[in-house]
Ligand binder design. Structure first.
Ligand SMILES: [Zn+2]
Length: 196
């Protein structure tokens, strides 16, 4: 922030304007015009707003300051289930979305229970790969609290699979499971849809 930005890329206002221009160019390249379709008039500005929101996790200013607490005694598994997220796939820039489970087995540090949701926001709000998102959240928790084990299970629909290419709906599950949580005895507790 504040430094010289020849191409305007560091200045939020300038980069917003650059995205708007690029979207207007894209529409033109696609043969679309507000002259023949008035509904398109505000589309470049709306799309620029959308990307600013969808990629807000790239801005370090939006990264949460996660509170940690000392933890004594036997670690009990902490599981946060059913967290919803929306992201854009890095290959096609179309949505993939679903839910995540974040679990950790504490060492001598705990983190606030909203941490899982906050990390999911940071790592989903950027161009992303589902597998990488789970690994990044697990890495972050590993660095932050050195747990005895960590697991991030993600289940998502990918519109790049549903609306183009194979055009089939399906759920993709990815699992980043580390440390003691890799022991199969934990598996039932790490299920996205536990038996009720
Ligand atoms: Zn894709």
């Amino acid at each position: 922030m504040g430094g010289p930005a020849r191409d305007g890329s560091n200045d939020p206002v300038a980069s917003q304007a650059a995205v708007e221009r690029a979207v207007a160019d894209l529409l033109k390249a696609l043969g679309l015009s507000a002259a023949t379709e008035p509904e398109l008039a505000q589309t470049p500005a709306r799309v620029a707003d959308l990307y600013r929101e969808a990629f807000s996790g790239l801005d370090p200013a939006n990264h949460p300051d996660l509170a940690t607490f000392p933890h004594a005694g036997q670690g009990e598994l902490v599981v946060v289930r059913d967290l919803e997220f929306h992201s854009l796939c890095v290959h096609h820039m179309v949505p993939f979305f679903g839910r995540a489970l974040v679990a950790y087995l504490p060492g001598d540090t705990l983190v606030g229970i909203s941490a899982a949701a906050r990390l999911l926001e940071v790592y989903s709000r950027r161009p992303q790969l589902q597998e990488r998102m789970g690994q990044q959240i697990a890495d972050h928790l590993d660095r932050l609290i050195r747990p005895k084990g960590v697991a991030v299970i993600v289940e998502a629909r990918h519109l790049c699979m549903e609306m183009r290419g194979i055009r089939k709906r399906g759920l993709v599950e990815t699992r980043a499971v580390r440390g003691e949580l890799a022991d199969p005895r934990w598996a039932p507790l790490l299920a996205l849809h536990p038996e009720r």
